[in-house]
Design a protein around this ligand. Sequence first.
Ligand SMILES: [Zn+2]
Length: 438
Amino acid sequence: MRPFSSRENLRNQLLAGAGLLPFSAAPYLPSRVLASWRLRRIRSLVDHAARKVPLYRSLYRDAGYRPGDLRTWADFRALPTLSRDALAEVPLQDRLAEGTDPASCLHSRSSGSSGRSLTVFHQADGVAIQGLAFLRMFNMGMDYRPWHRHAYIYTAPFPSAGAAGGLYPQHFIHTLAPIPETLKELRRLQPQVLSCYPSHLRELLAAVGIGEDLGFRPQAVWVNSEMSSPSERKAMAARLGCPVYDEYSTEELTRVASQCRQGRYHVYEDMVHMEVLDPSGAASDGVGDVVATALHSFAMPFIRYRQGDLAQLRPSTCGCGRRFQELESLEGRRNDAFVLPSGRVLSSGFLLDAAYGLLMELKLDVLDFTFEQLTPERVQVELVVGPSFPVHGCEEVSRYLMDIFGEPLTLQVSEVEVLTRTASGKRNPIRSRVSSPQ
Ligand SMILES: [Zn+2]
């Protein structure tokens, strides 16, 4: 991602300043007030897309929609949804609003199950809300102060190194930097806030060793982009001496949800409109497909977008006072769920919890792991193990896992030196090459 020009930076700073108070108040507003604001916003976004974005113009015309038709939530729910893989087939110029200068946008890429990446554009002088979302996220988990240093381990630096006047400074560390170098950099920076993939945090903690001093003391850590289990985050928090929170964000939808101090996930309902749908496309009370609309993306709209994740939504009952809806459970990517020979589906969230529970219960010296379903009948487990891992440890893991799966499978458990990451440095611990049923 390129840095802001000075004009873009100034405009974003001014917009952030103007938007700070309403943005801070939004999570505490009654749900009906927020819902009515969202409907008005969605009406203007949908009509903008229907008029200016070739993809939506033809999609909505075919669905019989004309600008001005959207009056109720039922009208909105009648609009077609779009999957990530379907969007990846659409030429870039058909996804961009007419008149948008690509040079005035920030570009990023989202990788998907089909292997095709999706280029995402955001208007560079209209992303002030992303800065405000950082403030919100950190303040949900700690008392984030303007002088606090935030170190982030990511694929590319953010377009700005912080707010005006050197406030809220942000320091970039590349995901592909070797762990010893990353550790050295964190010790030099002494950040109060750290954000990274859970696999990076796991590797950093493994590199230091039990009982040794980490050499830096964050007040809170946020993990993102890969699945992590609540029990592992709890164990990492005990080790770090500070809370470890999960956040849910994507390139397409930007910030979607993050955890508050009570550990609940609140959806950022002034940034996205989230729906959870069952296989028939109706709203689901249980776990279903996340379908979301980015409320601030006009250059490249994402409307009723199927992110490919599974979750459950419920009204907030959280003691923190925020009225933003809660994600009851975040079950991971639909495509990473395991589909067993009987047709039974185990979500990646369930498998990750089970895997971590297994390691805790067996008290095995395992530093890291991946589970991959290669075919419906074949699952491969790779373990990076420590010095006290027993000789027959793999057999023990295999026996335990067979109980979890509970049906005939070929399970191959092996020790490896290192686990493979994607080109961007990401590594999802639970992966499947078997297509999930829709
Ligand atoms: Zn809360």
